[in-house]
Design a protein around this ligand. Structure first.
Ligand SMILES: Nc1ncnc2c1ncn2[C@@H]1O[C@H](COP(=O)(O)OP(=O)(O)OP(=O)(O)O)[C@@H](O)[C@H]1O
Ligand SMILES: *[C@@H]1O[C@H](CO)[C@@H](O)[C@H](O)[C@H]1NC(C)=O
Ligand SMILES: *[C@@H]1O[C@H](CO)[C@@H](O)[C@H](O)[C@H]1NC(C)=O
Ligand SMILES: *[C@@H]1O[C@H](CO)[C@@H](O)[C@H](O)[C@H]1NC(C)=O
Ligand SMILES: [Mg+2]
Length: 514
């Protein structure tokens, strides 16, 4: 694992935001965090997962730089460039192939692998530069660094494989099977981070002074609330401070970005008669800017109405439409656009600003909150989860007071609910610790049934006569095409655990099996 490397770099490649941390491979007690957005007056642990390619399909910018550049592009230019965000969700719940394509807002196709690998390449170069500056050392990718990339636990194997391929394309590793790349699961990484936290590391509610990992037998649920996915896992602390998974990875694609999606749907409802469609088609960059503003507004912790500036071109498109309709009315422009808000509940038009009531804002969170609480209840209501005492809420979306409040109200009587101070960074920092010692998660619960195809002595009572075969060599009568289960759904599987099965060939002269 990290033994040969000098450094460990952990990349949290998120749906909404990405970031990385690094440490010396031998001393993971000192984890260096990298902050983003200084050029834009910001200072955040992650940067937006947004990437911009020019019209020649060459990589231009990533993160805040991509966002800001795209926002300043005039509509005419914006159409020619390739801008991607939220593309990580394209790998969730789908069959993934290496030649998969992504579509831009205006319907152009672009290879997904390039989008992912260029993003990773940017993170890699950024990380290597930072390490060089910090250590006065020349670091070479292949020998000196062990990379950890986090992915949702609920992703399937083909998506994980795709990330590995993208990492190879980006030059993080030289071959697909390299041990210099560790794919870590987001909620596991968060769990590894949280378990070594003392009480001071947690806000929301206190605890005793001990570290979590000093109480073997403690069982807890970790909820990684991201922008794309909500990832849930249940762990028990073992005597040797390693972790045992108690429930298969669960969750779904109802992260914080569904709040923005719901807001967009609401705008579509307001700006009817094709106004919204025309706007998003003709002014994609400005529309994105408006959504970006909303992304900041929704993080407000005050329970008040929200003021959204309505940009020039949306006003223009809207006025234009209403003019067509109210051609014979001598109404002023302001009046025109306010017509869109008649009969709309939860929003008002006021001097170029859209005012959204607090109730309406809260309603945008409802879907995500409901799904998250439902999934937690489903897990916690199982009899085998009776000993769980804690719910640890991590991830960027864990900062949402709406989500936190609902979780708290629902579960506070039975569970202690804890949220680490830097809930968004818990995943990256935990990934460093995981990279240092992947054995820290000692066993897992299989989310799928795994098995192989075999033949068995033919039994007329159970086997299909169509599948009956006779071997050439010794006239052995067998049934072909049978499934032999090796691991079942919900089975406990130890890391590096070994199970032995003995199979023989149906024909002795066979030289290979698939
Ligand atoms: N205070 C807040 N209130 C509401 N939402 C918030 C708040 N802070 C962050 N978010 C939301 O949390 C999400 C980002 O969290 P995070 O960085 O953990 O996601 P990610 O890692 O990019 O996504 P994923 O893990 O699903 O790939 C975004 O949807 C963001 O808008
Ligand atoms: C808004 O419209 C104006 C005029 O049509 C155009 O010049 C400008 O680029 C547009 N802005 C954006 C961000 O789309
Ligand atoms: C810790 O204990 C678990 C279960 O008792 C075991 O499976 C695992 O191998 C141990 N890990 C280490 C590093 O000793
Ligand atoms: C709208 O703007 C006008 C002039 O700019 C101002 O007089 C008026 O008070 C504003 N209305 C509201 C509700 O803010
Ligand atoms: Mg995440």
């Amino acid at each position: 694992m990290a033994s040969k490397s000098l450094f460990i770099v952990a990349i949290d490649f998120g749906t909404s935001y990405s970031g990385y941390c690094f440490s010396l491979a031998k001393h993971t007690d000192q984890i260096r965090q990298v902050f983003w957005g200084h050029e834009h007056g910001l200072n955040t642990v992650k940067t937006p997962t947004c990437i911009l390619f020019n019209e020649k399909r060459e990589f231009m910018k990533f993160g805040y730089d991509a966002v800001m550049k795209y926002h300043t592009l005039p509509s005419r230019e914006a159409h020619k460039w390739y801008y991607f965000h939220h593309f990580k969700m394209k790998l969730y719940n789908k069959k993934i192939t290496s030649n998969m394509e992504l579509e831009t807002d205006n319907g152009e196709k672009f290879p997904a692998l390039k989008v992912f690998s260029e993003s990773l390449r940017y993170m890699k170069d950024h990380a290597l530069n930072t390490i060089r500056e910090a250590s006065y050392q020349t670091v070479y990718v292949t020998e000196d660094v062990t990379w950890v990339i986090t992915v949702p636990a609920i992703w399937d194997a083909s998506a994980r494989q795709f990330m590995r391929l993208a990492a190879k394309e980006a030059g993080l590793i030289s071959d697909m099977f390299s041990e210099q790349l560790i794919i870590a699961l987001e909620p596991e990484a968060a769990s590894v981070w949280c378990k070594q936290l003392p009480q001071e590391g947690f806000v929301a509610e206190g605890g005793n002074r001990q570290k979590f990992e000093e109480s073997p037998g403690t069982q807890y649920v970790v909820v990684d609330c991201g922008g794309g996915t909500i990832d849930i896992t249940v762990h028990e602390i073992q005597e040797n401070q390693s972790l045992k998974e108690l429930h298969k990875a669960s969750g779904g694609g109802w992260g914080g970005d569904t709040v923005d999606e719901n807001f967009k749907e609401f705008l579509k409802e307001i700006f009817q008669d094709g106004v919204w469609e025309e706007y998003t088609q003709n002014h994609p960059a400005e529309c994105h800017k408006m959504m970006y503003d909303f992304g900041l507004q929704k993080c407000s912790s005050s329970r008040e109405e929200v003021y959204m500036r309505c940009y020039h071109n949306l006003t223009k498109v809207a006025e234009h439409k209403k003019k067509d309709i109210s051609l014979f009315f001598d109404e002023c422009k302001q009046k025109d656009i306010s017509l869109f808000f008649e009969g709309v509940e939860g929003a008002l038009w006021c001097n170029g600003t859209i005012i959204i009531t607090y109730e309406k804002m809260k309603s945008f969170f409802a879907y995500s909150v409901r799904q998250t609480i439902g999934a937690l209840q489903e897990i916690l209501n199982k009899p085998e989860m009776a000993k769980v005492q804690y719910i640890l809420v991590v991830g960027g979306f864990a900062s949402s007071i709406t989500l936190r409040e609902e979780i708290y109200q629902t579960f506070r009587e039975q569970y202690r609910i804890l949220c680490p101070q830097e809930s968004q960074a818990a995943i990256i920092k935990g990934a460093i610790l995981f990279g240092h010692n992947p054995q820290i998660v000692a066993s897992r619960i299989s989310a799928l049934t795994h098995g192989v195809m075999i033949c068995e002595a033919f039994d007329i009572a159970v086997h299909d006569i169509q599948k009956k075969r006779v071997s050439k060599a010794d006239k052995y009568v067998y049934c072909t095409d049978l499934f032999k289960k090796l691991v079942g759904i919900g089975d406990l599987v130890e890391v590096d655990g070994v199970a032995n099965y003995i199979f023989t060939l149906t024909e002795p002269d066979k030289t290979s099996v698939t």
